[in-house]
Design a protein. Structure first.
Length: 190
C-alpha cells in the first residue's frame, strides 16, 4: 500500500459514542499508509468516544460535522462498526442522506461488522452481495441483500466484512476499491 490513495480524501462516519475502536483505527491507518487523507465525520463537533467492545477506549477529534460536508468532498466512505454506533447513525437523516450520496455518485463504500444497519436505512443494500456481523443477516436479507458468511465481500466498489478478525482483508480491499475510483455498479441500488 504505497501511494495508491495519494490525493484521495476518505470520510469515516461515526457517532459521538459506540464505535468499535479497532474498526476505526485499522482502516484509518490503512488509508494513511496508502497516501490518503482520512477525515473523521460525526453528527457533533468535538470528540467521539470509541469502545473496545463494551468498555470505553480512546477519544478521537472530529474533523467535520456531517451537516457541513457532502459526498462531493470525498473519494470514498468508511463505516466502522460497534453495536451502538450504526444504531445511532441510522436515526440521523443527515447521515443517511450523506451515506446514500456515495452510492448515487458511484463512489466506493466500505462497512464492517454492525455498520450495515446504517446502509439498510439508506436503502442501498437491495440486490447487493454482502456480509456483516452474523446477527444482522436477517435484517440485511429483509432489506433485499444477499448475505454471505465470508471474510470480505466486494460488490462493485462496495466492501463489507464481518468482524475485527477480518480487518486485514477488509483494509486491503477497501484501499483497492477506493484507489480504483468510481464504480458504475454502486448506483444500482441507490
Amino acid at each position: 500500500m504505497a501511494n495508491e490513495l495519494a490525493g484521495k480524501r476518505v470520510a469515516f462516519v461515526v457517532a459521538p459514542e459506540g464505535t468499535e475502536q479497532v474498526e476505526l483505527t485499522e482502516p484509518w491507518k490503512a488509508v494513511q499508509q496508502a497516501g490518503g487523507q482520512p477525515e473523521l465525520v460525526s453528527t457533533k463537533s468535538g470528540e467521539i468516544q470509541a469502545f473496545n467492545h463494551l468498555d470505553k477506549a480512546d477519544t478521537f477529534p472530529v474533523d467535520k460535522v456531517v451537516t457541513d460536508v457532502s459526498p462531493d468532498d470525498y473519494d470514498g466512505l468508511v463505516l466502522p462498526g460497534g453495536v451502538a454506533n450504526p444504531d445511532f447513525l441510522r436515526t440521523d437523516k443527515n447521515v443517511v442522506q450523506f451515506v446514500h450520496g456515495f452510492f448515487d455518485q458511484q463512489k466506493p463504500v466500505a462497512a464492517i461488522c454492525h455498520a450495515p444497519w446504517t446502509l439498510i436505512e439508506a436503502d442501498v443494500v437491495r440486490g447487493r452481495r454482502m456480509t456483516s456481523w452474523p446477527s444482522l443477516q436477517t435484517d440485511l436479507r429483509n432489506a433485499g441483500a444477499e448475505w454471505v458468511d465470508e471474510e470480505v465481500v466486494v460488490d462493485g466498489g462496495f466492501v463489507t466484512s464481518r468482524k475485527p478478525d477480518d480487518l486485514p482483508a477488509f483494509c486491503a480491499k477497501m484501499v483497492e476499491e477506493i484507489a480504483e475510483g468510481k464504480h458504475r455498479a454502486q448506483a444500482k441500488s441507490a
